[in-house]
Design a protein around this ligand. Sequence first.
Ligand code: NAP
Ligand code: ZN
Ligand code: ZN
Length: 395
Amino acid sequence: MTMQIENHPRSKKAGRVKVIQPRTNRDSGSLTSAHPSLGYTNGRDNHDSRGIKAYAAQSATAALGPFGIQRRDVGVHDVQIEILYCGVCHSDLHQIRNEWNMTVYPCVPGHEIVGRVTGVGREVKKFKEGDLAGVGCMVDSCRTCSSCQAGFEQYCEHDPVQTYNSKDTHLGGVTYGGYSKSIVVDEAFVLHVSDKLNLAAVAPLLCAGITTYSPLRRWKVGKGQKVGIVGLGGLGHMAVKFARSFGAHVVLFTTSPEKGADAIRLGAHEVVVSKDQGEMNKHLNSFDFILDAVSAEHDINAYLNLLKLDGTLTLVGLPQKPLGIAAFNLIGRRRQFAGSMIGGIAETQEMLDYCAAHGIVSDVEVISMEQVNEAYERMLKGQVKYRFVIDMASL
Ligand code: NAP
Ligand code: ZN
Ligand code: ZN
């Protein structure tokens, strides 16, 4: 099966112009207990029999296939989005194969969502029908804990509601993600998307983009710093673009020598094939910051040894098995080993705005929904340049 590179911005689809207002009796009577103050309508009451087309995994060993899901009716603070594109993150693959031992089946993955608003609740302020909109890895959080109050909803002390495979506080069961035709999300967790950028190439910004932008900002990556990015995949290629854009000297570490030319084109100043010990040794004790975006087991000590005094290695990759850290590699130069998970809503909007201002998008290969199983296999073989994005018109 052949796949096509998307070169041209998709023409805008006219949104269905329909304002969905909750009925008065729902407004007053049937608010869910999860967020009573926010005026959600109660999903169970609104549950209907309409099937929304989606793709789901039914077990850890099954291929994804067609599946019908429900979405809640549009509550007063909700935005209904027709999904146009959804990126394919390696986390989707970890999840559908239950590599983190937390997947509930059927599982509808997808958290790099862009689309067009087709309905808004009465109290919605930020969006109107026809707007472009994005949804990332979270669709809600407690909003009251210190993390949420500080704008770090991803670190909500009560755990954020993930876009898929989280407890669905409206309909019961688990949340279903973006491999589907539409989604309904509280406006507080919906992002504005620029109409100046290729929409398919914007989708991966909602996870791969923010997951790399956030730690690079947090550790103040910029001019005068030597920064390493480990792994040229969906996250890694966005990290290279951002680190270069922020002014750092960027070194890309890869296990795939054939990706070298791409890495330079994407913004790396140097490329190191990590299997080449001689090349690795040339960079010992020299990095201010390293971002590790590798999806599988690998030797983390090889990268700790490249940090200079007080340098930081931040992990964003989520390998299935624990990584073994040798204590001497940390203490010797007062090195720091850290982790980072996606980004808060405000920072995600900041990242999207930064991308719009600087013309930054993901390098994508657009696929049809039925190609997703093949895409996973290619992702595992490192044959993606550098993010698969599903065209939901094919569903
Ligand atoms: P991806 O596109 O598959 O890229 C992963 C890259 O890791 C590959 O391109 C490859 O780069 C490298 N790699 C793969 N297997 C390796 C191995 N055995 N040894 C060394 N390097 C290897 O995946 P992704 O979507 O970017 O996601 C990367 C990881 O981040 C996943 O574990 C994902 O779950 C996680 N993630 C975390 C967050 C977060 O919030 N922290 C968010 C999203 C995703 P080279 O070919 O260049 O070596
Ligand atoms: Zn992701
Ligand atoms: Zn919270």
